[in-house]
Design a protein around this ligand. Structure first.
Ligand code: NAD
Ligand code: IPM
Ligand code: MN
Length: 353
């Protein structure tokens, strides 16, 4: 068949619960060939490896991959045992997923459920562009009982290509075009190179885009005091991880945020083959098995897959609007202050479609 091929990696904890919802939504809006594979702690018990070769090969051959979450929340008793989180990191490098997009939008129905004042967050529409295959996550490391180190390395080429992703997104937004690059250039050499290279790309290739540099501590403060000043937030791997969870309070819950990880700049007209789409949240061991996880992050990740992975922007819009409508009707999982279950929310969404 020539239907798009989607590898599905439910993973651990609430991963399977929210991924099932997203797969149902995808099946309601199109025809896809799904290939489900194990990853994470469940793959370790099945095969001994967090990212089995057959799982990786399926992802390499797929048009796009949908991931739930991995991890048990507790480190394995044996410090040398494989860690489930390694699977996600290996997947990111093996698929060259250097560009992680984490869009944050407020839903009108949720303005009053955010811990932030409604008038401060209303209308927020920003995207964190996180560099995903460099920095502290992938530098040399060593650990003895007395000392440990992790190294942060960035090359000019790595900074250039993620900058272009941010500037491409900003130029696509027309007159609102604005990039905020976040670093720690007052302390770190990697950040000083980062700032220089981002400025260089802006001057040479995107003079029409407004660029601002912010230190990460200030950025963390401004994201919650005045999120609407942000449009595209461009940053390195670790800062992007931390800041993107912080933005969850704008959207109302960590369970609401989606992400797209791409091996090339987004092109909404054709899609980028070989991307990975997953909610920003983890396996949530504290609520797993209760059937109460929000499927919104996973469903919106499926929408990002439709838009950025498969070039089906119109269908992506339909899914995003349906999520908004279901929230407008009052359906809320417990993380948003309600009593709706994962399955009830999904059923309401499917009838909206
Ligand atoms: P987490 O994101 O799993 O949970 C943080 C909090 O948010 C918890 O209280 C949880 O109940 C809540 N939450 C998360 N998703 C939710 C949802 N969909 N609906 C309702 N509430 C939700 O972070 P954690 O507890 O720090 O980590 C748990 C495990 O997940 C760890 O092993 C961690 O390494 C892993 N993790 C995996 C990924 C991934 O696979 N991409 C991402 C983050 C964390
Ligand atoms: C995320 C997660 C991962 C990260 C972990 C599970 C390795 O927190 O996708 O945000 O730190 O990148
Ligand atoms: Mn994270």
């Amino acid at each position: 068949t020539d239907h798009p091929r989607i590898t599905v990696l439910p993973g651990d904890g609430i991963g399977p619960e929210v991924t099932e919802a997203a797969v149902e939504v995808l099946s309601a809006v199109g025809t896809f060939d799904f290939d489900e594979r194990p990853i994470g702690a469940c793959a370790v018990s099945e095969t001994g490896a967090p990212l089995p070769e057959a799982t990786l090969n399926s992802c390499l051959e797929a048009d796009a991959t949908l991931l739930g979450a991995v991890g048990t929340g507790v480190p394995p008793a044996d410090p040398h045992a494989p860690r489930p989180e390694q699977a996600v990191l290996e997947l990111r490098t093996s698929l060259s997923l250097y560009a992680n997009l984490r869009p944050v939008r407020t839903f009108p129905a949720l303005h009053s459920t955010s811990p932030l004042r409604p008038e401060r967050i209303e209308g927020t529409d920003l995207t964190v562009v996180r560099e995903l295959t460099g920095g502290l996550y992938f530098g040399q490391r060593e650990r003895t009982s007395q000392q440990a180190f992790d190294t942060c390395v960035y090359t000019r080429q790595e900074i250039e290509r993620i900058s272009r992703v941010a500037f491409e997104l900003a130029s696509g937004k027309g007159s609102r075009a604005r990039v905020t690059s976040v670093d720690k250039a007052n302390v770190l050499d990697t950040s000083r190179l980062w700032r220089e290279v981002v400025q260089d790309i802006a001057d040479r290739e995107y003079p029409e885009v407004e660029l601002e540099h912010l230190l990460v501590d200030t950025a963390a403060m401004r994201l919650v005091t005045d999120p609407r000043q942000f449009d595209i937030v461009l940053t390195e791997n670790m800062f992007g991880d931390i800041l993107s969870d912080e933005t969850a309070v704008i959207a109302g819950s960590l369970g609401s945020l989606p992400s797209a990880s791409l091996p090339a700049p987004p092109n909404p007209l054709v899609g980028v083959r070989g991307g990975l789409f997953e909610p920003v949240h983890g396996s949530a061991p504290d609520i797993s098995g209760t059937g109460s996880a929000s499927p919104i992050g996973s469903i919106l990740s499926a929408a990002l897959m439709l838009r950025h992975g498969l070039g089906l922007s119109t269908v992506a819009n339909v899914v995003e609007i349906a999520v908004r409508d279901v929230l407008d009707k009052g359906f809320r999982t417990p993380d948003l202050g309600g009593t709706t279950t994962t399955k009830e929310f999904t059923r309401a969404l499917l009838s909206e479609l």
